[in-house]
Design a protein around this ligand. Structure first.
Ligand code: SAM
Length: 268
């Protein structure tokens, strides 16, 4: 790399660049990209994962926010036919612009941890386009995604991710694999959108609303936290005991509550 393209990691862009070849290889093997596939990498940075992804022969689109990384990425990869760079914010990226057939897009990335939750929600709204996702995230976030009901990790993220996807916590990565090292442990997660939703809600936006309200005050009973949305009869009609706290309910129960809200919204 020439002197002019030396890049200093920027905290505000969540830049922790992977440099451990063993970890990079393990991630690439988990993704196992093949020719004919269409991948989207979010936050390619200085190309730690990009190179191996391109070598697979798959079509690779990358979205990078930091303008200063564009010449570094172009210098390395612009000559490859299967590489397409989009400079911009992944949170605002229109995934439909890639022209991918439904359920084909493979999304990957060592994500900037400061925006990982809104980014996952943005991707979930486009779940119909996606075949699978492989992300490096803060380990604690992966634990919340993979959690089951009954514990402190079960919440809005677990429920909305599991509504759309099967979740696999693949392996953990320590801070030493990155430069600069983050202050937290990381993990690789695989998310596979369901071909048929196991618990389809009448309106998934109402599910998001019920879950958000319920977990706003997770120590309170559902009867209390959902007061503004659903009267106690509606909670009971969903087969839910209003004296429970939100973390005691499974996904199916939240969907029944959202469907009660849908019925009531229809009636208004
Ligand atoms: N993939 C590289 C690696 O593994 O070394 C870089 C990972 S670094 C944790 C996150 C990358 O996401 C950085 O390159 C950063 O500039 C980029 N980024 C941050 N916010 C972004 C956003 N909103 N949209 C797209 N890229 C973003």
């Amino acid at each position: 790399m020439t002197e002019q393209y030396q890049h200093r990691a920027r905290k505000r862009f969540g830049q922790n660049f992977l440099h451990d070849a063993g970890v990079i290889d393990r991630i690439l093997r988990s993704i196992h990209a093949k020719p004919g596939e269409h991948l989207l990498e979010i936050g390619p940075g200085q190309g730690a994962l990009t190179e191996g992804l391109l070598d697979s022969g798959a079509q690779l689109d990358v979205v990078e926010l930091d303008k200063d990384l564009v010449p570094i990425l172009n210098q390395q990869f612009a000559g490859k036919d299967n590489f397409r760079l989009h400079q911009g914010d992944a949170l605002k990226f229109d995934f439909t612009s890639l022209g991918a057939e439904p359920a084909t897009l493979r999304v990957v990335g060592n994500l900037p941890y400061n925006i990982s939750t809104p980014l996952i929600f943005h991707l979930l709204h486009n779940a119909h386009l996606i075949r699978d996702m492989h992300f490096m995230l803060q380990k604690e976030v992966v634990e919340r995604m993979a959690a089951g009901p009954g514990g402190g990790d079960w919440g809005r993220l677990s429920i909305m991710v599991q509504y759309h996807c099967r979740v696999e916590h693949l392996f953990n990565v320590g801070p030493g694999a990155f430069n600069p090292p983050p202050k937290v442990d990381s993990a690789i997660v695989r998310l596979v959108p369901h071909t048929t939703l196991p618990h389809p809600a009448k309106d998934h936006r109402l599910l998001e609303r019920v879950v958000r309200e319920a977990f706003n005050q997770r120590r309170k009973t559902l009867r209390n936290t959902l007061k503004a949305l659903l009267p106690n009869e509606a909670i009971e009609a969903a087969g839910v005991d209003g004296s429970l706290r939100p973390e005691q309910l499974d996904l199916a129960a939240f969907v029944r509550l959202a469907d009660q809200l849908a019925e009531r919204s229809d009636a208004l």
